[in-house]
Design a binder for this molecule. Structure first.
Ligand code: AMP
Length: 287
């Protein structure tokens, strides 16, 4: 496994693979790797001849300086895991290698066709601009055959699919296939997240109520006369009733348009909850 820190070396290695006709699987991450990431990486390694993983805590997608500063960074441990998974190339650049001073200063602008106006996009202004900025740059450098994204970040996945399939960048990325991967959870049901590392044992036990409530809501949705609005409110009230948890939003939306829906068909519920100072996200499908 080779660890690459410069864009020039990354393009040199990926171009060499493509010249040899090899398929490239790519998994972009922000590091502090866990079994959720590993599930994407195992798949990328098994479905492609070469596997690239990036580890980059992208400053342009953080709209909270403290969140950026406290984001866990565990490169040495991550590298050991990636080696054991059979990854060929790890790209771990510095922010200066990725962006010019102008790019760091001026926000990147992308037309999301409304996909960014709800949920995470509404709560974290500029977040998805930063995500598209970094992912489009990484795609240009790696030129993957397949790129793997987790359904845990459901809105992010929808936006990347829009970028590759329907946006002004679609032609540029027409050779890249986006592969969605299911959420990996702890046995307790808690969705794995790098941010879980910031939770105490007590907070982790408390946070289990998030997924438990989402699972329970599948049953509530089947109750006679249940409406989307009722189920949505019941989820919010149930989680807020737990000491130490505070819902930022819970929205049941159409999984394609991400717009609020009144029917459970094709619906997905996306939640963001503060557990102490740590912001956790999760989602559940109703169809
Ligand atoms: P991150 O490092 O948080 O930016 O995540 C990198 C990729 O791993 C994204 O595509 C995430 O959606 C995915 N991912 C993170 N946590 C999980 C999880 N628990 N299950 C499945 N995929 C995940």
């Amino acid at each position: 496994m080779q660890i690459i820190t410069t864009k020039s070396e990354l393009t040199r290695q990926s171009a060499a693979c493509l010249r040899q006709g090899k398929t490239i699987g790519f998994v972009p991450t922000m590091g502090a790797l866990h079994e959720g990431h590993a599930s994407l990486i195992r798949r990328a390694c098994s479905e492609n001849e070469v596997c690239f993983v990036s580890i980059f805590v992208n400053p342009t997608q953080f709209n909270n300086a403290e969140d950026l500063q406290k984001y866990p960074r565990t490169l040495e441990k991550d590298a050991q895991l990636l080696e054991s998974l059979g990854v060929h190339f790890v790209f771990a650049p510095t922010p200066d290698e990725m962006y010019s001073a102008e790019e760091m200063a001026a926000p990147f602008v992308f037309d999301f066709k409304g996909l960014d106006e709800v949920m995470e996009g509404k709560m974290r202004p500029g977040h998805f601009n930063g995500v598209v900025q970094v992912v489009s740059r990484l795609f240009d450098l790696v030129r993957p055959t397949r790129a793997y994204f987790g359904e845990k970040d459901f809105q992010q996945l929808a936006i990347i699919q829009h970028m590759v399939e329907r946006s002004s960048m679609a032609e540029r990325f027409q050779d890249i296939k986006i592969i969605p991967c299911p959420i990996v959870r702890e046995e307790s049901g808690l969705a794995l997240s790098s941010r879980n590392e910031r939770l105490s044992d007590q907070e982790k036990a408390t946070a289990v109520a998030i997924s438990q409530t989402l699972f329970a809501s599948l049953e509530w949705a089947k109750e006679e006369g249940a409406t989307v609005a009722d189920v949505q409110q019941r989820v919010i009230d149930t989680i807020n009733a737990v000491d130490g948890l505070e819902v930022e939003y819970y929205e049941i939306v159409d999984q394609t348009t991400l717009q609020p829906t009144t029917v459970f068909a094709n619906a997905i519920g996306c939640v963001t909850v503060y557990c102490g100072p740590v912001r956790l996200i999760d989602n559940i499908r109703y169809f």
